[in-house]
Design a protein around this ligand. Structure first.
Ligand SMILES: C[S@@+](CC[C@H](N)C(=O)[O-])C[C@H]1O[C@@H](n2cnc3c(N)ncnc32)[C@H](O)[C@@H]1O
Length: 221
């Protein structure tokens, strides 16, 4: 099966939706994988997110995911974010006029402080393997700091698992990531879980998703 992964960092991952029309700039970017994975992800989010509260999205990318999830789950408020200056105008463009989506924040998961204080849940899709390990370290520390007790951190992406044969498409994806940036690459689920546990985030669920991806849910106790 062809991997659905983004074979890119932010720029190729975020292609312009269309040529700019005369006199108008369309800031929306698109990542084709979001169309394929958004409904399987939404199916899990419906079950694991609280009925109300603020959901922080880390590494929102184009903004297509948050636009879709916020429309489907209108009783939640959504806070998108991304450190990439190309991403935030795209997020704004995809989410303009949507009442339950806040303006995107510049949030670097590896930073010591985040521009949010308290959230009921966090989602982070396809970042852990397309960023240095420091981003995952910061993600766990920051999530433990800002999540309300019982709050969940939702991760989605490809992982390596002991005793589970890695799909050839994921091995190829891993090699491609590392060739582009040696600090990137698929992470070992046990190492990610240990990192989370060190911050007080307990592994609550691990769910197989289409195209050899996993949803991993941690809970702040
Ligand atoms: C492959 S894109 C995924 C975007 C989106 N979540 C999706 O699935 O389409 C990876 C994203 O991670 C973001 N990212 C990379 N390093 C980060 C960091 N340290 N903190 C937060 N986001 C980061 C990039 O800016 C980019 O938007």
């Amino acid at each position: 099966m062809v991997s659905e992964q983004h074979i890119s960092s932010i720029s190729p991952c975020l292609s312009p939706v269309d040529e700019a029309k005369e006199g108008m700039i369309d800031h929306r970017r698109t990542a084709p994988a979001t169309q394929r994975n958004r409904d399987p992800i939404l199916g899990v989010l419906r079950r694991i997110l609280p009925p109300t509260g603020l959901v922080l999205e880390i590494a929102s990318g184009t903004g297509e995911h948050v636009a879709h999830f916020a429309a489907a789950l209108p009783s939640l408020r959504w806070q998108p974010s991304d450190p990439d200056p190309i991403a935030r105008p795209s997020i704004e463009a995809w989410t303009a006029g949507t009442e339950n989506i806040l303006a995107p924040l510049l949030l670097d998961a590896s930073a010591e402080t985040w521009p949010v204080e308290r959230v009921e849940a966090i989602i982070c899709i396809n970042m852990v393997h397309i960023s240095p390990w420091a981003a995952s370290e910061g993600l766990m520390v920051g999530a433990a700091r800002v999540l309300t007790p019982g709050g969940r951190l939702f991760l989605y992406g490809p992982y390596l698992e002991a005793d589970v044969e890695t799909a050839p498409s994921n091995l190829a994806f891993d090699a491609s990531l590392r060739s582009r940036d040696p600090a990137w690459g698929l992470r070992d689920l046990a190492e990610v879980s240990a990192l989370a546990a060190a911050s007080g985030l307990v592994l609550a669920e691990c769910i197989a998703m289409p195209a050899n991806n996993l949803t991993v849910v941690f809970e702040r106790r």
